[in-house]
Ligand binder design. Sequence first.
Ligand SMILES: [Zn+2]
Length: 399
Amino acid sequence: MPTPPITEVAPRTWIVQPSWVNAACFETDEGLVLVDAGQATDAERIHSAVRSVTAAPLHTVIFTHGHVDHAFGLWGFLDAGERPRIVAHENVVPRFRRYARTAGYNTAANARQFSVDPATVPWPRDDAHFVWPDLTYTDALVLTIGGEEFHLHHARGETDDATWVWVPGRRTLACGDFWFNVSPNCGNPQKVQRYPEAWADAADAMAALGAEILLPGHSLHQTGVDHIRHLFTVQAEYLRTIVDQTLTGLNAGLTHDEIVAALEIPAHLAAEPSLQPRYDRPEFVARNLIRQYGGWWNGRAADLMPAPAPAWTAEIVALAGGVAPVVARARVLADPAAPDHDLALACHLAEWAVTAAPDDPDARACAAAVFGARAAAEPSLMGIGIYGAAARQAGSRPD
Ligand SMILES: [Zn+2]
């Protein structure tokens, strides 16, 4: 990351990278257009980075969506007395209202997702935390600023309030989270609905632009018409194969687990550097789509209105002859040298043992070790977060 964290990618066009999230900055004859504003903790770095390259007044800020890492870092500018116009898709407003209503849940989910202390991810909950849009739109909007056009397009994808911004005069696309050099965040197990079909359509539209510069919401900027077209083309193909396989499975009467187990990413897509499951996973995208179209029941009748987990795990553990043999078997399955090594199975057994006997130190140690090993073997940040949280919970003793 450069110091200050801002890079001129074309004349009067910058990418600002104060942390893991980016903003795009365009200088026009009428003032600056900022696409996204980062997270609250980046506010001062974004402001000082922009002010290190231009003194033009901040004219307009476009939020590509209302996530906490994109729409909450404007305070450096606001505290300095600037009063830009804020533009966003109309669904950003209900998102902000929902955030205030679900702050407790989202604080815990985000801490788990990113493997951090909840105290370090304060969630916006009071009106003073939000910068509300002054201008919203429904499908598309063209802003003319300093004689230049900024084309805002709404599409659902990672969120229901997303905007991608095409600046035709600069052949530059600011795509928010529609692309950031990992497989699409379109299945997040802890968050609200994502939209893989609409995302694939949006990717096709962005592939067709002929963009020379891509300024994503995360990761490095990309250049070259053919390269950028390729990135969106393979992304659309990746999402569509997951959608097709999932709907085929649903229509054939498969259970959720059977659909996910049968999912296959074609080799040429699995080999794409920009589609590696380092954040989300294709299995999560499939389950997200199943939730959208098929409800939450998992196909196992006993799970519809299940007995409490401590009760049914206690039954299994008792049938197995106690906690000790269950723990011993979990450890065998978790041993990479074992002929029947199977970390997924080991996780089930370890979870049964610690759920049936939460005060048993050996069960706790086993669950901590097995889920720790699962986290270490997992490529996706979302999987690592959940397995790691399970390991920490088992390893810590609530007294
Ligand atoms: Zn993001």
